[in-house]
Every structure is written in C-alpha cells, then in structure tokens.
Design a protein around this ligand. Structure first.
Ligand code: GLA
Length: 722
C-alpha cells in the first residue's frame, strides 16, 4: 500500500493523473485567490472553486464537484458553451475528457498549468493553459484547439476562458462610450439570462465598448472590501464577454474573441490558439484588484513596464495640419522652454501627389510633403537634436485614404467590398493586414523611417477607422477569417518592429482610446486614452481606465480644451497620468508658463510615485462633484516614503458641505509632512495644511479637508514620511 502511495505521489508530481486519483484537484493559485479544477468520475473536467485561496488545504476535499470547466456544445448542458465545432461527418457535438495535466514554473515567478482534454470519439484535442502570477494575483487563461480529422473542421465558438461563480447577487460594471467620451463606468445587477459585452468594430475595436469588466459578488462593487473580479482580453480586435445566469442561479462568464462573423476553419494538425483572458480575483475590493493589474502590467506585460517615460510636447492641437519647418522649430523651442524631453510631430507631414493637408487624403503615402518639409524628417530630427530634445513621429500605417497613391496602386490591399459602394470612416479605409504583402508594407513604414532617420525616438501609432466594408481580396473563400487574421497580421508586424527596435517607445492611439488591451501593450509603452482633454472630462476617462491600466500607460496632455478652466487645473489633472503638453505656449501668461515649467520639474521628481506607485482611488467623480486619488511609492523603490494626493472639485453646488478626504495605504504609526505643490507663482496656498508632521492614522481616520465649492479647482499635496 505504502509503495502504491509513493508511486501515486510521484505521478502527481509529474502531473500525470491516473484514473483512481481523479478526485485530486488541479489548483491554479495566486497568493490571494485560487481556481480549483478536478476530474469527475465521468472523466470530464470540472470547476470546483473560484475565490479566496484556502489556508487549510484539507478543506479543498469538501468542495462539491462543480460545473464543467470548459463546456462544449451539443451535450447535456442547456446554456452557453465555450467551444462549438462541426466534425467532418456533420456531427455538431463535442465531448472533452481529461487526459493529463502538467505545471511548470515560467518567467516572472509564474506557474503555467496545461490541462489536456480529448474527445473520445473524434480526434479533437483541447489544451487549457492557465498561468498564475502569485505576487500580483493575476491568472491568465487560453485554449489551444487541434484536430486530426481528414478534412478541415469549422470552429463556431472558441472561448479563451469559461469561469463559474455562485453568489446571491452578481453586479456587473462595464466601460463604454464613444469617441471623446470613452470608458464610462456603469454598474447593474445580473439576473436570469445573458448579458453580452462585445464589439465587432475590428481594428478600432473598443471605440464604443472597452474590452474589460468588473464583476462584484453579493452586492455592488466597493473600493476597499468585497469579492470582485476584474477581467479583460488580450486581443486587439473583436472581443466578447458573455455573462449568463442559469436556472440554478449560477453565473458563467465566457470570454474570448467575438465569434460573430468569425467562423474559423482549421486543417488537420493546425493549432487554433485563442488570446489570453486575464483576470484578478480580489477579496479586498476594486482598489486592490486594480493594484494587482497595475503591478502585473508594469512587471510582466507592458513594453518597458519598469522603465522611464518621457514628457513631451505634441503639436496636434497647437497646429493641426497647418505647419512648416519653421513653425515646428519654434514648437521645439517651446518644448525646451517647458523642460519636456521630447517634441512629437503629429499628423500632416506626408504625401506629395495627395499632400496630407487635412484628414481627407494622403494616408498610405509615407513620404514627407516636400513643399511643407523640404528637409524632410531628417532635418527635423537634426533640429530637435540641436535643441536638445528628442523627436517623435505620428504614423497611421494600417490605413489608407482613397485619395492616395497607395490606393491607386494597390486597391487589392484595401478591405472593401468589390461589388458595393465604399463606406468611409474619417474618409479612410483599412488595409488588409491578413495579406503578408500588406504586413511587409506596414512594417516597411516603420523600418523605412527608422533606417533613414535612426534619431527618431518615439512613434505615435494611430488607427482612426474601424473595419468597414468587410471583404479581403487575399482571403478568397475564407472571408470569415478576416477579423481574426487582421489582428494576427498586425501582431506579425508588431513582432517584427519589436524584434528590430526593442528599445523604441511607442504610443498606441486609435482616434483617442479605440485600442486599449494587454496584448497590444506588449508592443506599446503607453496609450492615448481619449482625444477629449477637457480636464473635467478627463477626470472620468482616466478614472475609468485606472481600473485596469497603470498611470504610466495613460498619456495625459495639457491642452486648450475647456479654456474656462485654469492651466493649473488642466495640469493637475494631466499630472495624474503620463504628463505631456499639446498647447501653443505663447497662449500662456508668464506666470502660467512658470507654473508649467515647475510642474514638469516636480513631475519628473515624483515619477516613481505617480507612475510606479500604488494607486488609491479615494473619492469617485461618479459619486458627486469632487474626486480624489493618491499614489504611494513602493517601499523598495527610489521614492520610498513619498505619496502624492490629487483632489479636484468639478461643478460643486453653492454652499455645499464638503467632507474631509480620508487617505489610504499609509502606515498608521508613521508621521508624515504635507506640502502643497503645483501652486501658481505668487499665489496663496489653496488650503491650510497642518504645519507639523501628522500621523498616518490621523490622515486615514480623520482625513484632510481638501475640497472646496469652487468650480474646476484642484490641489496637489506631496506627502513625505519622516
Ligand atoms: C487621432 C488622434 C489624435 C491625432 C489625430 C491626427 O484623432 O487621436 O490625437 O493624432 O488622429 O489625425
């Protein structure tokens, strides 16, 4: 008997589970949470638990078997399946039995578990791949599907993840909006039936609905307590999250590529890999859940996640398409005056037969407009270098205007219906990234510019149109592959860019925040959250993104939107993210310019707090006319002991009572000094702060009276531990 147990243990350690060990669980664990799967007596895989990680491991045996982990279509389940396909003989069903599983340590302290499943009647195999990052409490899940049938098999649904939850109440928060009005948070309860959060916009996938959700159990989500789950898909294209409450009150969440219009045919031996579904399960509310995502992103996902970020001056809103070399040289001088690291040249620098004098033509012709820029990018890079600022450049390489030489030459490269009128979104069409020739062209845009001008230090990569007129000349009889192959083609290009230029920072932009996902962010250091830079709106937009994305990814520029607000207010709001400017500085008074210069100095000094610290959302703008958040530097980082508090009054009522803001995340036993920064030169302090050190306990229990009843007013307080 002892010998048998010994052999059984060895087999378990190797991850090979024999039939008589089926009750054994497969634990996908982080420090805080765990997903427990187990094989039932019928040989199928079940999810027994998703929630807090059990301390007493013996209790795990008490858990009921649960629901099937990755349900297939056509068997005895009556609700949404994770996988649906039709076999060569027309049989539309699939049944998956457990075969084996294996866990191994992978990069970044994570553990990857691969569970193999197989249909007993048809040669179809599915591998479920889970990766758990213990420190950051993040789990990713994806599926690999392969078959050995004689002829190709069509996949109709192919989820990255299926998860089950059982609670008295489910509250779903989704993030949606429009151009210049992105990621509005809205929360509601789920009841029997389905709720779908999805998009089919293709390239500019999340212009209207963002690929992320927040699910709270047993009541609406709270910042500091309660069981919540944040989930998102690492896919720069059509996504879908379906929440289905069944007849027993159980909730299943099916996440993946949106299968609408995307049936996918795979030949024998061809592997279909789904993108990653990425989630965190927090038992300490949304604040901790967001910090999980921020830490994971910086440490493991974001391009150069632990690296520095440059401040910049962009010319888009300052000039739009109206500039020449002389004007740009002047703006580079402004960048020097402001003290930022970089000048970013936006749209309007290219096209000769069809000069890019507006947004109606030129896209696709990536040669400098000689009448406007006779010395080309080369001379601009030189000028910037001479002035001691870096040079960045805007491109939109996946797109084409019908008014372009590219369109004239390669109409077959354009996604459009051959027998219908073309429909334009911002006067443009999308290139067919499924076509390898187009991939070469798009890579060539970056590579050509970099080869000719190695001094380019940064790209802003834009994408202003969703996919319209869906048809690919390249894909012929596989039209339903286009949405997926478009994204795979994009990744192919971005892989090549990253391999050749590994240290090149890039901003992801999509007519504002139309592309914000964690696969794209493997290639991009930051993104443009919205074209709306009105600070009163940005408070909400940045708040929405902050659930998933760390501040160092959120480009936030001081512009001329909503000039009724002060430069201080606009700067304070922008400084909650990755600070930049897009403004003619001759519009600024001497005091305002001095203020901005000092803000840049302080931002640079406080980057380790603001960009790399822990975010605490204190007062939500959704709950009234005030908002506050703070960042606390990591204990092992260069700014240990520092924190920065941002507080904003939006449109308060006359005579409204304001309450002190209770800080979070400080050490109650430590003493802190407080100093107001970002003050207009010569102005009186905005508030009276204690003139001696205060305990963390006081700051977190009593709090600070930082709000007022003045419209569009803000304060920034630097907090330093003694
Ligand atoms: C998009 C971007 C803007 C700007 C313009 C240029 O709208 O979001 O920031 O780059 O394109 O055309």
């Amino acid at each position: 008997m002892k010998k048998f147990l010994f052999i059984a243990c060895l087999l378990c350690a190797a991850g090979v589970v024999t039939p008589n060990l089926r009750a054994q669980s497969i634990n996908i664990q982080t420090d805080e949470a765990e997903l427990i799967l187990r094989v039932g007596d019928d040989g199928r895989l079940y999810q027994s638990w998703l929630g807090r990680r059990f301390t007493n491991r013996a209790d795990v045996d008490l858990l009921p078997r649960g629901r099937e982990a990755y349900m297939t279509h056509g068997m005895e389940d009556y609700f949404l399946s994770a996988l649906r396909m039709t076999h060569n003989d027309g049989n539309p069903s699939l049944l998956l039995n457990y075969v084996s599983h294996e866990s191994r340590a992978v990069e970044g302290g994570a553990v990857e578990t691969v569970i193999k499943l197989r249909d007993p009647k048809y040669p179809v195999e599915v591998a479920l791949v889970y990766t758990a990052w213990p420190d950051e409490n993040i789990i990713t899940s994806r599926a690999e599907i392969v078959h050995r049938e004689k002829r190709p098999v069509t996949l109709y649904n192919y989820a990255s993840s299926m998860l089950h939850l059982d609670a008295a109440e489910y509250w779903l928060t989704e993030f949606s909006g429009e151009w210049a009005n992105e990621v509005n948070r809205s929360e509601g309860p789920l009841s029997f039936g389905k709720k779908v959060v999805d998009t089919k916009l293709g390239s500019r996938a999340n212009m209207i609905v963002s690929p992320m959700f927040l699910l709270s159990l047993d009541g609406p989500a709270q910042e500091e307590s309660g069981d919540v789950m944040l989930g998102t898909l690492g896919w720069t294209g059509n996504f879908s999250f379906t929440f289905e409450v069944d007849n027993t009150g159980g909730l299943r969440i099916v996440s993946g590529i949106n299968p609408t219009g995307s049936e996918y045919t795979i030949a024998a031996g061809e592997k279909f890999s789904t993108p990653e579904f990425i989630f965190t399960y927090s038992t300490r509310g949304t604040g901790a859940a967001s910090r999980n995502f921020h830490d994971w992103a910086r440490r493991h996902r974001l391009k150069d996640g632990m690296g520095d970020r440059s401040t910049l001056l962009n010319n888009w809103e300052a000039t739009y398409f109206d500039f020449d070399e002389h004007k740009l040289a002047g703006i580079m001088d402004d960048a020097v005056t402001l003290g930022v690291d970089m000048f970013l040249l936006d749209d309007g620098w290219f096209g000769n037969k069809y000069p890019r004098s507006g947004d109606h033509q030129g896209l696709g012709d990536w040669q400098e407009t000689t009448s406007k820029l006779p010395g080309g990018v080369r001379s601009l890079v030189e000028t910037a270098k001479g002035k001691g600022v870096k040079f960045g450049l805007w491109i939109e390489p996946e797109m084409v205007n019908p008014g372009s030489e590219l369109y004239e030459k390669h109409r077959d490269w354009v996604i459009h219906l051959p027998n219908r009128d073309e429909y334009y979104f911002r006067n443009q069409l999308v290139l067919d990234m499924s076509n390898p020739a187009v991939q070469d062209f798009v890579f060539g845009v970056v590579d050509g510019l970099m080869t000719a001008n190695p001094g380019i230090a940064y790209f802003k990569w834009d994408c202003n149109s969703p996919i319209t007129n869906i048809y690919s000349a390249h894909l012929k009889d596989k039209q339903s592959h286009l949405y997926i192959d478009f994204v795979r083609g994009l990744y192919n290009v971005l892989d090549r860019v990253k391999a050749k230029y590994p240290d090149l920072p890039m901003m992801l932009c999509s007519g504002g925040g139309g592309r914000t996902d964690y696969k794209a962010l493997e290639y991009f250091t930051e993104f443009w959250p919205s074209d709306n830079t009105d600070p009163l709106e940005r408070i909400f937009i940045q708040w929405g993104y902050s659930y998933f994305f760390p501040s160092k990814t959120l480009c936030a520029h001081v512009t001329s939107w909503n000039k009724s607000t002060s430069i201080k207010f606009r700067t304070d709001v922008a400084m909650m993210g990755k600070l930049g400017f897009d403004i003619m500085i001759d519009e600024l008074s001497e005091a305002e310019l001095a203020f901005c210069r000092q803000a840049v100095v302080d931002f640079n000094r406080l980057k380790p707090v603001i960009l790399d610290g822990d975010l605490y959302r204190l007062v939500s703008p959704y709950e009234g006319e005030h908002s506050a958040l703070m960042y606390i530097a990591k204990d092992d980082g260069p700014a240990a002991g520092k924190a920065v508090l941002f507080a904003c009054d939006m449109n308060p009522r006359y005579g409204e009572f304001t309450r002190p803001v209770r800080l979070r995340g400080l050490d109650p036993g430590r003493m802190y000094t407080l100093r107001e920064i970002n003050r207009m030169p010569g102005s009186r302090p905005s508030l009276r702060l204690p003139d001696r050190a205060v305990s963390g306990e006081y700051l977190m229990e009593r709090g600070l009276e930082v709000f007022s009843t003045t419209r569009a007013r803000s304060v920034v307080i630097e907090i330093t531990a003694q």
